[in-house]
Design a protein around this ligand. Structure first.
Ligand SMILES: *Cc1c(COP(=O)(O)O)cnc(C)c1O
Length: 393
């Protein structure tokens, strides 16, 4: 395979070799079903216990509050549907935001068809939820607030601690989709008053198809997956032992190296942002500084299409994204960019570059060399650019 420059870490990451190494024995050697009686299966059971401790430690939870799932989407679906159905006699109102991942938005749409009412909070032009809006949206029918920790497209980090405090005071259950946050920025479920939290291993150098839901002790929730008695009767299905082991190792490594990694990556991020903003008619999407994920860059180039930028980047060996992975293939601009107030024609020209542990400064320099040429080339072909040159604004 020819060398690629991978700048799409918000879509997924590679699995670190140290993680794969810890996973391997659970395919070939210790493959026993943890539910079995014989002592051979004890090795698999022990491995799951260790992973559970590691995941709990990373977010300041108790191991008994961690439930393994088949990824971030399942954790989100479980949290939202499980709370909605378990508390429907108390109320039918759910509050979320207009910039959530589709795993949350589509779960809410499903519930709407079942008779629940959904409020979508707006965000400001940096993508931040306003506490005032949340306060005003709460009614005596509100049973759940679900607000993402950090946005996967524009990297904005929400005031989770303040949101958690408000929900706790009002006695409303608070779920956060922390799939982009865990392993990258500090997460503390106690300090932040979080009741439920979703994570996915493949967003922090673990394997795909495995995640976890934190459920605070005492929170009543219905099951999503029915069947056997696994995960203390709450999530049926034979455990993905090697995946769970990989999740545990990946989170452990991510937390141990978090400070150094985030410092290094945010420096590269800022260099990339500064360089891209030198291109005329370019806008940065999302917050700046500490309210932005360390690895996230999202810009719009006016007068051109994000999809064409991606094709030309690909020809130069650069993997990037425009909007979210889930919307590519459709012609609608990203719901997140529309929510921060961008008009359709500008939102169409978006480019997301997300950096990771293995990103080098040389790669950033190369991207900064390639992107301006691509933008110019596309503008030279763009009727919108032509109009602009003829008429001005
Ligand atoms: C990737 C992602 C998900 C979905 O996780 P999967 O493991 O792919 O199911 C959910 N929410 C956010 C914010 C994400 O970035």
């Amino acid at each position: 395979m020819k060398k690629i420059i991978y700048m799409d870490h918000a879509a997924t990451t590679y699995t670190k070799p140290e993680v794969v190494k810890e996973m391997m024995p659970y395919f070939t050697e210790y493959y026993g079903n943890p539910s079995s009686i014989y002592s051979f299966s004890r090795e698999s059971k022990k491995a799951i216990d260790i992973a559970r401790e590691r995941v709990a430690g990373a977010i300041n939870a108790d191991a008994s509050e961690i439930y393994f799932t088949g990824g971030g989407s399942e954790a989100d679906n479980w949290a939202i549907k499980g709370i909605a159905f378990a508390h429907k006699d108390k109320g039918n109102h759910i509050i979320t935001t207009s910039i959530e991942h589709h795993a949350v938005l589509h779960a809410c749409e499903f519930l709407k068809k079942q008779g629940f009412e959904i409020t979508y909070l707006p965000v400001d032009d940096n993508g931040m939820v306003r506490l005032e809006d949340l306060k005003n949206a709460i009614t005596d029918k509100t049973i759940l607030v679900t607000i993402m920790f950090a946005n996967n497209e524009i990297g904005t980090i929400q005031p989770i601690k303040e949101i958690g405090k408000l929900c706790r005071e009002r006695n409303i259950i608070f779920h956060t989709d922390a799939v982009q946050a865990v392993g990258h920025i500090p997460v503390d479920v106690k300090e932040m008053n979080i009741d439920l939290l979703s994570m996915a291993a493949h967003k922090f150098y673990g394997p795909k198809g495995v995640g976890a839901l934190y459920i605070r002790k005492g929170i009543k929730i219905d099951n999503l997956i029915h069947g056997g008695a696994q995960e203390r009767n709450r999530r049926a299905g034979t455990e993905n032992i090697s995946g769970i082991v990989g999740l545990g190792k990946a989170i452990d490594m991510a937390v141990k190296n978090m400070d150094a990694n985030s410092k290094r990556i945010s420096k590269l991020r800022d260099k990339l942002i500064d360089g891209l903003l030198k291109i005329p008619h370019t806008i940065l999407n999302g917050a700046i500084g500490e309210n932005r994920l360390p690895g996230n860059v999202n810009v719009c180039f006016r007068f051109i299409e994000g999809e064409s930028i991606l094709l030309l980047l690909d020809m130069n060996g650069i993997c990037a994204s425009s909007g979210s992975a889930c919307t590519s293939g459709s012609l609608d601009p990203s719901h997140v960019l529309l929510a921060i107030g961008l008009p359709h024609e500008i939102a169409h020209g978006s480019l997301r570059l997300t950096l990771g542990d293995e990103t080098t400064e040389d790669e950033v320099d190369y991207v900064l060399e390639v992107v301006p040429k691509i933008v110019q080339r596309l503008r030279d072909m763009s009727p919108l650019w032509d109009d602009y040159l003829k008429k001005g604004e």
